[in-house]
Design a protein around this ligand. Structure first.
Ligand code: SAM
Ligand code: MD0
Ligand code: SF4
Length: 374
């Protein structure tokens, strides 16, 4: 009997089979319905969790073998005009000492990251108008082209909400990816988290960026008051957007912010969502970030199906993370060398640069093919 026929018989037989059914359906890469996604997101029993994570790993292996991609992170300006309730760098927060790194320092850091073996450099900033004001031309595209020409690596840019014109300039300057996380796709929750920001404006930036040829990363937060239904909505929105890379990060309470005393949820929620991302988007990039639990949290994220390690930061340069601004940075625990030790223990390895570029090229070709200008 085929697996599909078997599933149909099982479905009529007993609900006890239903988790196996859903996991087999995912293994057959048949689209999961909303109910099935919600049932996966609600798994609590140890054995069921084990089966979920195992399925995620099988799918990762199908598309990526034992290879993992590594992203360097350069948070070059921590100035921001926004007031996100969850973020240490929100504009009214005076607990944080801010910096804006000179271009030469950004370039030399990016080169150092490239030499250490990352596949991509993520240039991230608060919504710092210093880089975005028109003047003689905004400064950000210029910085992008300097980093591009000196590293030769694929680049991601995380500048927040920017105009069409700036997105076009960033693309022309050599940026390949646009990262801009909605945090939630529940509008009411969005307005509590990203206070005084426009939901549609933010989401629309990604739609436009994709249209002009950017690869897109979408992301959500876990533990900010979202429900299972909200996460299912996010998965639907990510699918509709056609995100190429997806992430979930557990909210880490930050001093000096309105959510400083918000209780932090257990890390398991992030792992479950990570695994469900892999089941729903088997051939896409799924992030395991060092920015939540540092190096000790990497194994569980990889075991849940992540295939990209992000937030690799060179030590002793005064560069910060976002949700964990300093954790492990100066100790050298957010480096390629440190990540490799974890990969090795898990039987995984760092992918070649060619493998990463091939993946990007394949996606780009598919995107051009499906682009309909009308
Ligand atoms: N300023 C730009 C923006 O907001 O799009 C770029 C920075 S963005 C990459 C920072 C991201 O880190 C947020 O979108 C959010 O998902 C995550 N983040 C920020 N503060 C966090 C916290 N306290 N806990 C967990 N994640 C956080
Ligand atoms: C990370 N700290 O990858 C970074 C940051 C921004 N595009 C990414 C949140 O976890
Ligand atoms: Fe600014 Fe980004 Fe932090 Fe929001 S998440 S306060 S936009 S740096």
């Amino acid at each position: 009997m085929s697996r599909k026929a078997e599933r149909e018989v099982q479905t009529t037989k007993s609900v006890a089979f239903s988790l196996r059914n859903v996991l087999n359906k995912a293994l057959d890469e048949e689209p999961l319905c909303r109910e099935e996604i919600c049932s996966l997101l609600s798994i609590r029993h140890k054995e069921d969790l084990g089966a979920l994570f195992e399925t995620a790993r099988i799918l990762r292996t199908r598309y990526f073998g034992d290879e993992v991609f590594l992203y360097g992170f350069v948070y070059f300006s921590t100035y921001c005009r926004n007031s996100c309730a969850f973020c240490l760098y929100r504009s009214p927060n005076d607990v944080v000492k801010r910096y804006r790194k000179p271009d030469e320092e950004v370039v030399s850091t990016a080169v150092e990251l490239a030499e250490s073996g990352v596949h991509l450099v993520d240039l991230t900033m608060g919504e710092d108008m210093f880089y975005l004001r028109p003047g003689d031309g905004p400064l950000l595209p210029d910085l992008i082209s300097k980093v591009k020409s000196s590293t030769g690596l694929p680049l991601m840019v995380s500048p927040g909400v920017v105009s069409d014109d700036i997105l076009i300039r960033l693309k022309n300057a050599g940026a390949d990816w646009y990262a801009c996380y909605q945090e939630t796709h529940n509008r009411e929750l969005f307005s509590k988290l990203r206070q005084n920001q426009d939901y549609d404006l933010r989401f629309g930036r990604k739609v436009f960026a994709k249209k002009i040829g950017f690869l897109i990363e979408e992301g959500i937060l876990a533990g900010v008051g979202e429900t299972v239904e909200d996460v299912a909505d996010s998965i639907e929105a990510m699918k509709a957007l056609g995100a190429h890379q997806v992430r979930v990060m557990t909210f880490v309470p930050q001093p000096g912010t309105p959510m400083s005393t918000w209780p932090r949820v257990a890390g398991l929620r992030e792992l479950i969502i990570t695994a469900v991302f892999r089941l729903v988007f088997p051939d896409k990039l799924v992030v395991g970030s060092l920015d939540v639990e540092g190096l000790p949290g990497l194994e569980s994220r990889l075991m849940a199906g992540a295939n990209v390690v992000t937030s690799i930061i060179p030590p002793r340069k005064g560069l910060m993370g976002v949700s964990q601004s300093t954790l492990g940075v100066d100790e050298g625990l957010r480096t390629v060398a440190a990540v490799k030790t974890v990969l090795q223990e898990l039987g995984l390895k760092v992918a070649s640069h060619k493998r990463y570029r091939d993946w990007m090229n394949r996606v780009n070709v598919m995107q051009e093919f499906s682009y309909n200008p009308r």
